[in-house]
Design a protein. Structure first.
Length: 604
């Protein structure tokens, strides 16, 4: 009968055991996780903000200056008549070539030499200070003294001029950034420096050096072209003169009359296989035209040299920036807070995974295979003895309401017997077990049921708590029957249930099954008898009497009771054939479930 009633109760839809959602994580689990570790997560977020603040305090202020140049595309004539895709690919290649030129060592050296950056102390690397320098800056900040950076003059004293220029060129390359503006022919030049004025100067000098390099390259090409043309003009003039001379000598040597003597014709026949006069004249004319063409190109090249124009120009001049670009304070602080939050969540998840304490009712069903018969919040409205009759002093508190629900489940253990005997125990020793036993007895007594509370806890918790409120009911033989010769049964006010205290030679011996059987035979006058059993940590001997009871309830404290101890207790009770009703979870830090389904129905 008991098993059928208990199975029917466990099959109810609102039962708080292991449900069908055991394999899933719902919103309440997530909220419970964050409510449990919210303090540590926020502390790690604060640590992230502090770390970001220290990073900002020990970092250099970096300013970025920007200038912009425009490239004039020079497409060959035949390419301008081709498809647009070909033109675009050629434009991209040209722009990438210009970007490579801006990043080249040649431009870096030109700017370094022009501005004398090799010996400028304000020109420093913008990569940020190292760990040692940051520690030194932090110490100076905490001590209130200004930080004095190490001078680079001593380090530069032993280096050659070429090494200093190369180092400056390397710093220049790391601080320079060039980007194409969309798909246009404009190029942005960015330069970073700790000195905003120096950043603007170097950015403008970079643009000027780029334009100047193009001018110098075109000038050198023009000069080399003029030299080559002069050489080719001399060669073409000599060839033209020689060809003209050969043609004239050929014409003067032979007689080209129509009526000529036979000997003259015979002499002309000897030369039939050689070049003719027409061929010699054409060759001379060809050399003359070549000479004239080279001479015209030479004249044009000489005339255009003073008017060489670069195919790029500066369209935006860099100005001194007023706002630092690095480090970005707000972004750094937000990133530090976010990193701290993520680290806090990660550590909380590790702690949650390694934590072997009872936290939620789902663990009772999933990891222990037991049934959670209820959850009790802490009875915070009372302290001291008042916590043992919370249901009488404050019947509308959450503790009282939840315990009444748990009592309804516990009452299922009544299989039609004239007396219901319930034992209350726990894995580790604690006051909550005794408080549950006392309040449960008060609930039964308040409903008009003759109730007896028996204290057999070796710590004498209830006996000490009810010492001043306990009144013995004496009869003719000195004790109210049923009782024993070692102690008496009395009434506890204001709960109005009978109480059998623990004495040195009294109910403490009831932990033995033989003595418990004798006592149970004398308690026919009580409808409900509740035993405050010893905790499991005092040994399994005190739980041997559980097989004589109608049901045993295990009280577990959330976030305090180890799962392994609770599993050992459940195993011991099964071995002792004790009717284990389930686990009553106390101090559960669990947020109420959100009425999501009802909200959805309302909006639908």
């Amino acid at each position: 009968m008991l098993e059928r009633q208990w199975a029917a109760a466990a099959a109810r839809p609102d039962w708080r055991g292991s449900g069908a959602s055991a394999e899933f994580i719902n919103l309440s689990d997530i909220l419970a996780f964050f409510s449990r570790y919210v303090v540590s997560i926020l502390l790690w977020a604060l640590v992230g903000i502090v770390g970001a603040s220290l990073y900002l305090a020990t970092s250099d202020r970096i300013f970025t200056a920007r200038t912009q140049i425009l490239i004039e595309p020079k497409l060959p004539q035949f390419m301008q008549q081709q498809m647009v895709e070909v033109s675009l690919s050629l434009d991209t290649a040209q722009i990438e070539s210009q970007l490579a030129l801006l990043r080249s060592q040649k431009i870096a050296m030109m700017v370094v030499e022009e501005l004398g950056l090799a010996h400028d102390e304000a020109f420093r690397d913008t990569g940020g200070p190292g760990l040692g320098e940051r520690v030194a800056r932090l110490r100076a900040l905490l001590s209130g003294k200004p930080y004095v950076p190490a001078s680079v003059e001593e380090a530069d004293a032993n280096q050659t001029e070429a090494a200093l220029k190369q180092r400056a060129a390397d710093i220049f390359s790391r601080s320079l950034d060039v980007q194409r503006v969309g798909v246009s022919y404009a190029i942005d030049i960015f330069f970073k420096s700790q000195d905003p004025a120096l950043a603007a100067r170097i950015a403008n000098a970079t643009a000027d050096a780029f334009v100047r390099e193009q001018m110098e390259t075109r000038a050198v090409a023009a000069r080399e072209g003029v030299v080559w043309l002069e050489k080719r003009i001399d060669e073409a003039g000599a060839q033209m003169n020689k060809a003209t001379q050969i043609a004239q000598e050929f014409r003067a040597t032979y007689d080209y009359r129509i009526d000529k003597p036979d000997d003259t014709a015979a002499a002309a026949g000897k030369h039939a296989d050689g070049p003719t006069l027409e061929q010699l004249e054409v060759q001379a004319e060809t050399y003359r035209k070549m000479y004239e063409s080279l001479l015209s190109a030479y004249t044009g090249a000489v005339n255009q040299q003073p008017f060489l124009i670069a195919n790029s120009r500066v369209i935006t001049t860099a100005v001194q920036p007023n706002v630092q670009s690095q480090p970005r304070k707000r972004l750094t602080l937000v990133f530090g807070a976010f990193a701290g939050l993520m680290l806090g969540v990660g550590l909380a998840f590790v702690r949650h995974s390694l934590d072997r304490t009872l936290r939620t009712p789902r663990q009772i069903g999933e990891q222990l295979g037991l049934v959670c018969i209820g959850e009790l919040p802490p009875a915070v409205s009372r302290k001291g003895p008042g916590v043992y009759d919370e249901v009488v002093r404050d019947p509308h508190s959450p503790f009282s309401a939840n315990l009444r629900s748990a009592r309804a489940v516990i009452s299922l253990a009544d299989a039609g017997k004239s007396r219901l005997c319930i034992g209350i125990t726990s894995a580790p020793a604690g006051g909550n077990k005794s408080a549950v036993a006392s309040n449960l007895a008060a609930l039964y007594a308040a409903s008009g049921v003759q109730t007896l509370l028996v204290d057999i806890d070796p710590r004498f918790t209830l006996t000490h708590a009810f010492r001043e409120r306990f009144t013995r009911a004496e009869t003719g033989d000195g004790l109210h029957e049923p009782g024993s010769a070692a102690c008496g049964i009395g009434t506890v006010a204001p709960a109005l249930f009978d109480f059998l205290p623990n004495a040195e030679r009294g109910p403490a011996t009831l932990a033995l099954p033989a003595n418990m059987q004798v006592l149970l035979k004398k308690l026919d006058g009580y409808k409900v008898v509740i035993f405050d059993l010893p905790a499991y940590e005092f040994g399994a001997d005190g739980l041997l009497v559980c097989s004589l009871l109608d049901g045993v309830v295990v009280v577990a404290e959330g976030d305090r009771t180890p799962l392994d101890s609770l599993a050992d207790l459940a195993r011991t009770l099964r071995i002792a054939n004790a009717p284990l009703l389930g686990v009553l979870l106390m101090h559960a830090r669990r947020l109420p479930r959100l009425p999501i389904r009802s909200m959805l129905r309302r909006f639908a």
